[in-house]
Design a protein around this ligand. Structure first.
Ligand code: 13P
Length: 278
């Protein structure tokens, strides 16, 4: 079933848990994530990256994920992830996204505020939620490269940013990065605690792939309500393809192959959901 973005995140905050948000490039990936959600009785967010959405077939993927979400018994959001293009965000809302991420983190502060405000107004007309980012989380969404931390989130600036934009969720930069960590990740826990103190909306942690179990649990304990995972899913999908393609090639048993891929995704997602539970 679908659930409102803010309602979902506020629920997590109230119980001291975090929702897992998983990047879905295909329906098979989404099937795996939803299977894990069902098995754990946990809500999830299905993320569609900007690259996927803009790619051929992308505009069909989003409504398809929404339909899949509507048919589950666990609460699900479908979110367009990391977009600075207002027109693309508008289209995704028309296509059924229940949340969008207005990512103006590469823009000057005022332009980031203006983007988030515009998207807040746009999303409001669709009853959808808005996530914004302050500081900058480095790293590519679709190509995993060794990545160092980006500009960190300033707690005082974050308080003003959230007040000005009325974003439902703030993505923080506390040493986290997308893709592979260039060196062992060192999250700034003091900074996270200071942001949590100053900001009154749910916080999200991107770049969860490569973080230890302890780091994930600690992030949730310190007030993270949403955790984004992509790279670890892709790594597992590639490993599963390498293992299963030779096995299923005789007879071109594509259904069996797809089923293995969904199972592999469900395993990775399930492991994260277990760590994020209260
Ligand atoms: P990873 O690719 O590092 O898991 O990050 C995913 C993410 O933050 C998606 O927005």
């Amino acid at each position: 079933m679908l659930i409102g973005f803010r309602e979902l995140l506020d629920g997590c905050r109230a119980t001291g848990s975090a929702v897992g948000a998983f990047t879905c490039y295909t329906l098979t990936t989404a099937a795996g994530v939803l299977r894990a959600a069902d098995a754990h009785g946990a809500p999830v967010i299905l993320l569609v990256g900007a690259g996927s959405y803009a790619a051929p077939g992308g505009s069909v993927l989003l409504p398809a994920l929404r339909t899949a979400a509507e048919r589950t018994s666990t609460p699900v959001c479908v979110q367009l992830d990391h977009v600075a293009d207002r027109a693309l965000i508008g289209r995704a809302l028309e296509d059924g996204a229940t949340a969008v991420m207005a990512d103006g983190s590469r823009l000057p502060y005022d332009a980031n505020v203006a983007l988030a405000q515009d998207v807040r107004a746009l999303a409001g007309r669709h009853g959808a939620g808005v996530e914004a980012e302050l500081g900058h989380i480095e790293g590519g969404e679709d190509v995993a490269a060794a990545t160092a931390r980006g500009a960190l989130t300033d707690p005082d600036e974050a308080a003003g940013f959230v007040a000005a934009t009325r974003a439902d969720c703030l993505a923080v930069s506390i040493g986290n990065a997308h893709g592979h960590y260039a060196s062992p990740p060192q999250l700034d826990w003091t900074l996270l605690a200071r942001i949590r103190e100053r900001v009154d909306v749910p916080l999200s942690l991107h770049g969860a792939s490569g973080l230890s179990d302890d780091d994930l649990r600690r992030a949730v304990a310190l007030g993270i309500s949403k955790v984004n995972v992509n790279t670890e899913l892709r790594a597992r999908l590639y490993a599963e393809l390498a293992r299963r393609v030779p096995e299923t090639a005789p007879g071109l048993r594509l259904l069996e192959l797809e089923e293995s891929l969904a199972d592999a995704v469900a395993e990775v997602a399930g492991e994260k959901l277990r760590l994020l539970a209260a």
